[in-house]
Ligand binder design. Structure first.
Ligand SMILES: C[S@@+](CC[C@H](N)C(=O)[O-])C[C@H]1O[C@@H](n2cnc3c(N)ncnc32)[C@H](O)[C@@H]1O
Length: 209
């Protein structure tokens, strides 16, 4: 775990859920993402960079059959997620691992999610992650992402950009040239909530092709 932001989140994993509750309408945010996916209820789903697994529990409620797999680089995030699933009696396949090297067979998943993952990745990792997604996604599968749009062009974000040059925070958050290069295209884009006062989140539905 080389990036500062990911290392820090790992350390404070037990405060992640209360922090989100305080700072956003999390239920609405996740519900909108699930609606964007338009699930049939029997899919094999992968959540990459799953954090504490709140989305996975909501997805588990909507599935009749199918199965949820989820992976995160931060061991403490996975620990919290596993505990929550156990408490709710949900069987979710949680693993510790990197989006750059997914431990699943090709063409396995009907649906893949990355929710607020890409601002943790440097440019090379973003490319590798999109490549891995296009490998493990079924031919007619869909990939749903939620990520920040461009950060505002102000003093604060200028400083953040300077200091995060090597940390992987801001390499063009979701570079469009990498999408096509890795066998994917954007089918739909919808504006999501504005977080932290000025950070527009964008929901995307991507497909292979
Ligand atoms: C902002 S959190 C979002 C968590 C979750 N998706 C959510 O909606 O709350 C980003 C997550 O991505 C994870 N992460 C960062 N880099 C990763 C990587 N290369 N592979 C997998 N997970 C990663 C972090 O550990 C963190 O849990």
């Amino acid at each position: 775990m080389k990036h500062l932001i990911t290392r820090s989140l790992n350390l404070v994993a037990c405060f992640y859920d209360p922090f989100l509750k305080l700072t956003m309408d999390e239920e609405k945010f996740r519900q909108e993402i699930i609606e964007t996916a338009n699930l049939g209820g029997d899919e094999k789903i992968l959540d990459i960079g799953c954090g504490t697994g709140t989305l996975d529990l909501m997805l588990a409620e909507t599935l009749d059959s199918g199965h949820i797999y989820a992976i995160d680089l931060a061991p403490k995030m996975i620990k919290v997620a596993k505990k929550k699933a156990q408490r709710k009696g949900k069987e979710i396949d949680y693993r510790i691992g990197s989006s750059s090297s997914l431990p699943y067979e090709d063409n396995k998943f009907e649906v893949i999610f990355t929710i607020l993952l890409f601002h943790h990745l440097n440019f090379e990792e973003k490319g590798k992650t999109l490549r891995e997604i296009s490998l493990v996604l079924k031919e007619d599968g869909k990939y749903i992402s939620a990520e920040f749009g461009q950060f505002p062009d102000d003093f604060f974000h200028g400083i953040l950009l300077k200091f995060s040059r090597f940390s992987g925070v801001l390499h063009g958050l979701y570079p469009s040239e990498l999408i096509g290069q890795n066998g994917l295209f954007i089918e739909k884009e919808i504006n999501g909530p504005i977080l932290g006062g000025d950070h527009q989140v964008i929901y995307r539905v991507l497909k292979k092709g």
